[in-house]
Design a protein around this ligand. Structure first.
Ligand code: 5SP
Ligand code: FE2
Length: 222
């Protein structure tokens, strides 16, 4: 699986989202952090913005739902035009049903785990998801420091996927930068979210290319 880069618009200018999307033409995805002020202590955007951005952006949307009751809301994000919709395991009361519903609406289905949540209890769910998101910061804010304590879990997740022959993408989100991406890629991640490292850079497109080159250099994946 090729390395993929998903710049997070959380660090972009919300008044010019279509332009900010166009500023990273080589990105594989645009990462959209949906926060409800309850599941995490921050509030960002919701369905109407996702609907408009899906129409305006040439790059597919990777929606990361940091919301309570994702079972109720996630399928609507797929319907709104997101290419990928990720729910938090901790917030979902029926994750299998919701992952299936996201797929039924035509999007890729993702499951997210916070830094302190172990991956082994979700091994049997790998067949139900297209992507596993391992948070490398506590969710809620951009610009935090990458947590190295998640690296063994990235390795373990990759091991479980290999053992089970599961074609699941392994995404990391939080504190990914030129300084940290190699460690995550070496551990087995293949989809990298980067907010401040891309939109905080003078040249966001160049930052995407640089992140990709570093991850590709160390990745053991084909
Ligand atoms: O989901 C989140 C934060 O909760 C992320 O997607 C951040 O937006 C990533 O920002 P950086 O850590 O890369 O600045
Ligand atoms: Fe995110």
């Amino acid at each position: 699986m090729a390395i993929q880069i998903s710049p997070s618009i959380l660090s972009a200018d919300f008044a010019h989202l279509a332009d900010e999307a166009a500023a990273v033409p080589t990105a594989d995805w645009l990462h959209v952090d949906v926060m409800d002020g309850h599941f995490v202590p921050n509030l960002t955007l919701g369905l109407p913005v996702v609907e408009s951005l899906a129409r305006a952006a040439a790059t597919p949307l990777d929606c990361h739902l940091m919301i309570e009751d994702p079972d109720r809301w996630a399928p609507a994000y797929a319907e709104a035009g997101a290419g990928s919709v990720t729910i938090h395991a901790k917030a979902a009361s029926a994750p299998v049903r919701t992952l299936r519903e996201i797929r039924r609406q035509g999007a890729r289905a993702g499951l997210a785990l916070n830094p302190a949540e172990p991956v082994d209890p979700y091994a049997d769910l790998l067949g139900e998801m297209d992507m596993l998101l391992l948070m490398t910061v506590e969710p809620g804010f951009g610009g935090q420091k990458f947590l190295d304590l998640v690296l063994p879990k990235i390795r373990r997740a990759r091991e479980l996927m290999d053992e089970r022959g599961a074609a699941v993408w392994l995404q990391v989100d939080g504190g990914v930068s030129d300084e940290t991406i190699e460690r995550a890629a070496e551990a087995g991640a293949d989809v990298f979210v980067a907010g401040s490292a891309v939109y905080g850079a003078q040249d966001p497109a160049g930052a995407v290319d640089s992140l990709r080159a570093q991850a590709e250099r160390v990745s053991k994946l084909a």
